[in-house]
Write a protein that binds this ligand. Structure first.
Ligand code: CA
Ligand code: CA
Length: 299
C-alpha cells in the first residue's frame, strides 16, 4: 500500500502542484499528516506566533491518481482516521469570533486518553476525529491550504470523518489530492479559530468517476447526503450550498425546481461548517433515504 509521509506536503493547492506519488484509480493510500501547526506546539509554552503563518496548515501530498482528467470527479472514501495522543488549541489575538475579548496568546494542550479528549479538570469528551483540510489542485491559481473553495481545501467540515465519502473536482491531470489539519473534535463553526488540533494518519480509497455527476464538493455517509459551498460571507455560502443541493435533486432525481425547493424546506438542514477561515463554508444535509426512494445510487 502507498504511504505518503508527512514531510511531503504543500501549503497551496493549484496549478503549481506536482504529484509526490502516483497510484491507479481504486487504490488505497495512507496519508500521514502533521497537525495544523506542523507539530511545533508541544507544550503550553509554545504559542501560535512562534510558528509563523508559513508553517500553518501543511497538507500531505499531492497524490496523482492515474486516469483523472480535467472535468472528472475524484471519489475519496475515508476508510480510517487515526489521531495522535496529544492535541493543542491556540488563540490568535484579535482574530476569530471572539476577537473583542481574546486579545492574548494562549495555548492549551489537550491529552487524548482512552478515546476521550481531556479538556480541563472538569471536562472531557469522546473524540470525534475529522479532517480539516482536504482538496484537489485548484483550476486557475494556487490557493493557500488555509482557504476553502470549490476544490475543497480548508473546509473544516466535521462530516469529513471515517466512513464518509467525499467527492472533489479534478481541475488538473491526476487530481493531485492533499490533506491534513485533523481535529480530535470540532464544533460546527470552529468558533474560536481552531479545532482541537492533532497529528493524524488517514487511510483513503481514491477512485476516478468520469465526468461530473454532482455539485462539488459533496459528501455521502451512511445516513446523509451533503453539498458544501464556500464564499466570502456565510450568507452567500449558505445560498450556494442550497442551490447545489437543489440542482442535484433536479438533475439526478428529476425533480422540478419547486418540488425540490419544497423538499429542502421540509427536510433539508442548512448547517455551518466554519466561519473563521478566509472564505466561510456552509453545508446542506438531506437524509440519504430520500435519494434511496428515487432508486438513485451514488457512483
Ligand atoms: Ca482548518
Ligand atoms: Ca485546524
Amino acid at each position: 500500500m502507498t504511504t505518503i509521509p508527512k514531510e511531503k506536503f504543500v501549503l497551496e493547492m493549484g496549478p503549481s502542484n506536482e504529484g509526490v506519488d502516483k497510484v491507479a484509480s481504486g487504490s488505497t493510500v495512507v496519508f500521514e499528516s502533521f497537525d495544523c501547526f506542523s507539530n511545533s506546539i508541544q507544550s503550553e509554552e509554545d504559542t501560535f506566533s512562534s510558528i509563523g503563518w508559513a508553517n500553518i496548515n501543511p497538507a500531505t501530498g499531492p497524490l496523482y491518481v492515474e486516469g483523472a482528467e480535467v472535468g472528472d470527479t475524484l471519489k475519496v472514501e475515508i476508510l480510517d482516521l487515526e489521531i495522535g495522543d496529544q492535541a493543542a488549541m491556540t488563540t490568535i489575538p484579535n482574530a476569530g469570533t471572539f476577537a473583542k475579548t481574546v486579545d492574548q496568546e494562549k495555548t492549551k494542550i489537550i491529552p487524548i486518553k482512552d478515546g476521550r479528549a481531556i479538556f480541563n479538570e472538569h471536562l472531557s469528551f469522546p473524540i470525534d476525529p475529522m479532517v480539516g483540510v482536504i482538496g484537489t489542485a485548484a483550476a486557475n491559481e494556487d490557493i493557500p491550504t488555509g482557504t476553502p473553495g470549490d476544490h475543497g481545501g480548508n473546509l473544516d467540515c466535521k462530516r469529513v470523518e471515517k466512513g464518509a465519502t467525499l467527492y472533489l473536482p479534478v481541475n488538473q491531470p491526476g487530481a493531485l489530492l492533499s490533506m491534513g489539519d485533523a481535529h480530535s473534535n470540532m464544533g460546527d463553526g470552529e468558533l474560536l479559530i481552531c479545532g482541537v488540533e492533532i497529528p493524524s494518519v488517514t487511510t483513503v480509497r481514491v477512485t476516478v468517476v468520469k465526468g461530473q455527476e454532482y455539485p462539488l464538493p459533496c459528501i455521502v455517509n451512511e445516513d446523509q447526503f451533503m453539498t458544501l459551498a464556500s464564499a466570502e460571507t456565510l450568507d452567500d455560502a449558505s445560498v450556494k450550498a442550497a442551490e447545489n443541493m437543489q440542482s442535484f435533486l433536479i438533475e439526478r432525481l428529476q425533480m422540478d425546481p419547486i418540488e425540490a425547493g419544497m423538499l429542502l424546506s421540509a427536510v433539508g438542514d442548512l448547517r455551518v461548517c466554519q466561519i473563521v477561515n478566509p472564505m466561510k463554508t456552509a453545508r446542506v444535509e438531506i437524509p440519504k433515504s430520500v435519494v434511496d426512494k428515487y432508486n438513485y445510487a451514488f457512483k
